[in-house]
Design a protein around this ligand. Structure first.
Ligand code: NAP
Length: 321
């Protein structure tokens, strides 16, 4: 019987089908990750590894997998996996594109709204018993309706954010490596070079994958091009935005606020320097976290594991562009 190791405790309904045909070993905790030594020990005997964004599946882990046929990642991003090392060994890597698009676009939009209107800060103020009267200029933020939105990485989720922006009468610019002329005419958004997008946008939402090319893509120079009233949202991956540069830009009023779902070294502690800034709205990487979407992502991974272990092609094999 082929063996599967799952690196996190998942709901039983997500694994019950696999248990009927394979030998499934599931990590005992939902929150704790298996230490690297454990991961390496487990991978030595299994045919499938079911991972998530918190697992680092590097060359060392992959090389330990003598029988490994598939790595299924519970995410659309796969920057936590050494794809080249997997390819060299003929191991399929699968992910969960599409199914999390709308849920993550909802969250990106939530961060835009929350950061622009300082809802986190205002709620903390209320809960701390500081609300003593209505204040004429208290918690005055930035308007979303009618503003210019710049999307860096107009892929599936970027388009989801752009579709939502239409309801807010926003003018939408985007930047990609390739232009999407068909979508431009269908949705009415316009292509812009990165510098142009940064200088014109009231909201900049980052939605590219984390790659060698995008790491540090928004740094000191890029933040310097943004408006002093602008809001930056990163709902993609930590590392695309340079956190030191972002801290300085927010502290010095170079930009107005930031909404962050992702960080360079996750999880971050409550002592992270960005959390010392009142104009940061921060979330613990919950972009795809709706019940329906997470279960759908698990179904996709399970089906792809079953496909590969049964000698079929998986639906969602990662192919590097
Ligand atoms: P996607 O459809 O592949 O879109 C990514 C977009 O980024 C593409 O349009 C791509 O266009 C663009 N891009 C890639 N490299 C670029 C570069 N160097 N410069 C400019 N643009 C670049 O992916 P998606 O499904 O929308 O997901 C996007 C990312 O969101 C994922 O990779 C993942 O890391 C992140 N994500 C985060 C969460 C969360 O929980 N916060 C949830 C889901 C996804 P070109 O190829 O034309 O450049």
């Amino acid at each position: 019987m082929k063996k599967i190791f799952i690196t996190r405790k998942l709901p039983e309904e997500a694994v019950v089908g696999l248990r009927e045909i394979f030998d499934v070993d599931m990590w005992h905790s939902e929150d704790e990750i298996p230490p690297k030594a454990v991961l390496i020990e487990k991978v030595k005997t299994v045919h499938a590894l079911w991972t998530n964004v918190a697992d680092t599946v590097d060359r060392e882990v992959i090389q330990a997998g003598a029988n490994l046929e598939v790595i299924a990642n519970l995410a659309v991003g796969y920057n936590n996996i050494d794809i080249e090392a997997a390819k060299e060994r003929g191991i399929s890597v699968t992910n969960t594109p599409g199914v999390l698009t709308e849920t993550t676009a909802d969250l990106a939009f939530t961060l835009m709204l929350a950061a622009a209107r300082q809802t986190g800060q205002a709620e903390r103020f209320l809960r701390e018993g500081k609300w003593t009267s209505w204040s004429p200029m208290g918690f005055t933020g930035m308007d979303i309706f009618g503003a210019t939105l710049g999307i860096v990485g107009m892929g599936r989720i970027g388009e989801g954010v752009a579709r939502r922006a239409a309801g807010f009468d926003m003018d939408v610019l985007y930047h990609n490596r390739t232009r999407k002329t068909e979508a431009e005419s269908m949705f009415g958004f316009r292509y812009a070079e990165l510098d142009d997008l940064l200088s014109k946008s009231d909201f900049v939402v980052v939605l590219t994958p984390l790659t060698d090319e995008t790491r540090g893509m928004i740094g000191e120079r890029e933040l310097g091009l943004m408006k002093e009233t602008a809001v930056l949202v990163n709902a993609a991956r930590g590392g695309i935005v340079d956190e030191d540069a972002l801290y300085e830009a927010l502290k010095n009023g170079q930009i107005w606020a930031a909404g962050l779902d992702v960080f360079e070294g996750e999880p971050i502690g409550s002592d992270h320097k960005l959390l010392t800034l009142p104009n940061v709205t921060a979330l613990p990487h919950i972009g795809s976290a709706s019940v329906k979407t997470r279960l759908a992502m698990m179904r996709m991974n399970a089906e792809d594991i079953e496909a590969v272990l049964s000698g079929r092609d998986p639906e969602n094999r990662v192919v590097l562009k």
